[in-house]
Write a protein that binds this ligand. Structure first.
Ligand code: NAD
Length: 443
């Protein structure tokens, strides 16, 4: 469903009227296109002497990077290396950099602050100061969101921080148009000799559940765009729609319900029959059965838990026990901001989606020896058939109550999942990335 207010308020007359009445005009977000430029150009990087700044510059060596303040220049990205800030007094350099340069950032620009994980800090004050970066970035994101600008925090796990290259490039690209105020932690890892920014998923096989429509169809399309061979899974009742989606991306269809007790076996058999191994699995299939708890019946609880959580654990267990997921594979769950903040009428849904977060936290260390990463995205209000069914007033509120004043598109969730699926997110595990435009729910 399209957002009529967003379109109207950005039309010639609509903009004048909204401004005259003091109504907000949500920014038109710039998104990555079919052959996405990986990063924006003209990025100002803070002039800090550190291994992290060296890593930042090397990660962006194919784009226009500036280090000297030039107050007449315009930028599309601002990056501040805060890793060397060890005292509360030194935090002032963070304020000074943005105070001086923020006005030069174009609409739809990208901001990244680079800090350190608590494990990488060297003193109590260093740990405290690094934690305080979160308050800065989240507030900054709220200030700049009305211009379509996003601000995020990347935490490196050491001063030798080449590992941040992939995540940094994602945050400096239009692929993260709806990812705002997030904290992404990256651990040290062996970098592949040559990462391919274009088609990073070439040669990989990805299975996406719930791929017939909505967010799942967009995930399938973006993974295919990035080079993956995609297997789309959806219910037998959705077979026709699934087939159409898969035909468009030269993928294959696997009609079955994730709740089938042998769904894991069926997936494994399908993969083997096609002489494939599974590199990526995206657990996207999900349902809602909204009801106030006192009026909820057993089947509304049971069906939802089965689709949204139990089936994911069952499928993972089978595929992992039988080595169907390849070394350095990717498991990606789709949670929800309801699973973080809770929502009236969604005790069942929020329980299942919080369980997805529990799954990534619990399984990440277990999977680390095989270099398999496990992460989740938590979409906010995304324009799909699921949210089109939400009544008018909550639907409008769902859209506007975020720093970007609008709902996201399925593509926004898909771009984040494609990043988590790619080789350049190897150091990212047990991370939950909200794709919600900094929605106030659970923030
Ligand atoms: P959707 O209803 O448009 O699509 C869900 C897909 O899952 C459908 O194709 C459906 O047939 C499939 N599915 C349902 N039960 C299945 C089963 N048992 N086996 C296999 N496939 C099954 O929903 P969507 O909005 O695209 O949501 C996708 C995911 O994103 C869900 O997990 C949802 O909870 C989550 N999410 C969505 C939003 C949003 O705003 N749309 C917000 C937060 C989280």
């Amino acid at each position: 469903m399209s957002d009529g207010y967003l379109e109207f308020s950005n039309s010639y007359f609509g903009k004048k009227l909204c401004k005259g009445l003091g109504l907000p005009v949500p920014p038109l977000l710039r998104r990555a296109n079919q052959t996405p430029e990986q990063t924006v150009t003209d990025i100002l990087v803070s002039n800090v002497q550190s291994a992290t700044t060296t890593a930042i510059l090397s990660a962006l060596n194919d784009t226009n990077v500036h280090q000297a303040d030039n107050l007449s220049a315009k930028y599309n990205g601002l990056i501040f290396d805060a890793t060397t800030i060890t005292t509360t007094t030194a935090l002032k350099s963070l304020y000074q950099f943005f105070n001086l340069n923020l006005k030069q950032l174009n609409p739809n620009g990208k901001i990244a602050v680079i800090g350190l994980t608590a494990q990488a800090t060297v003193s109590t004050e260093h740990t405290i100061v690094q934690r305080s970066l979160q308050g800065f970035v989240k507030s900054l994101a709220k200030e700049v969101g009305r211009k379509g600008i996003t601000a995020n925090l990347l935490l490196a796990s050491g001063s030798e921080s080449n590992s941040i290259a992939g995540p940094l490039r994602f945050l400096m690209s239009d692929r993260c148009a709806y990812v705002n105020a997030q904290v992404i932690s990256v651990s040290q890892h062996q970098i592949e000799n040559k990462l391919t920014w274009q088609q990073p998923l070439a040669g990989k096989v990805a299975l996406v559940t719930g791929a017939a429509r909505g967010i799942g169809a967009a995930i399938a399309q973006v993974l295919a765009r990035d080079g993956a061979t995609v297997i789309g899974l959806d219910t037998p009742a959705s077979q026709q729609q699934l087939q159409q989606t898969m035909d468009n991306i030269k993928g294959s269809s696997l009609p079955l319900s994730v709740t089938d007790s042998d769904a894991g076996q069926q997936i494994a058999q399908f993969v083997k029959d096609n002489n494939q191994q599974l590199d990526i699995i995206v657990h996207n299939a999900g349902v809602t059965r909204d009801k106030m708890l006192s009026r909820m019946n057993d089947s509304q609880w049971e069906l939802l838990m089965d689709v949204n959580l139990t089936s994911i654990l069952r499928i993972n267990q089978y595929l992992l026990n039988n080595n169907i997921i390849a070394q350095a594979g990717r498991i990606i769950g789709v949670s929800s901001i309801s699973g973080i903040g809770g929502n009236a009428g969604q005790t069942n849904y929020a329980t299942s989606k919080a369980g997805v977060i529990g799954m990534i936290e619990q399984m990440a260390p277990i999977l680390a020896p095989k270099q398999i990463t496990i992460n989740a995205v938590a979409p906010g209000f995304i324009e799909t058939e699921m949210t089109a069914a939400v009544p008018f007033i909550p639907r409008q509120l769902g859209r506007r109550l975020c720093s970007l004043s609008q709902g996201g598109l399925p593509q926004d969730v898909a771009e984040t999942i494609a990043f988590l699926a790619s080789p350049y997110s190897q150091g990212v595990s047990a991370n939950l990335i909200r794709v919600c435009g900094q929605n106030i729910m659970g923030a």
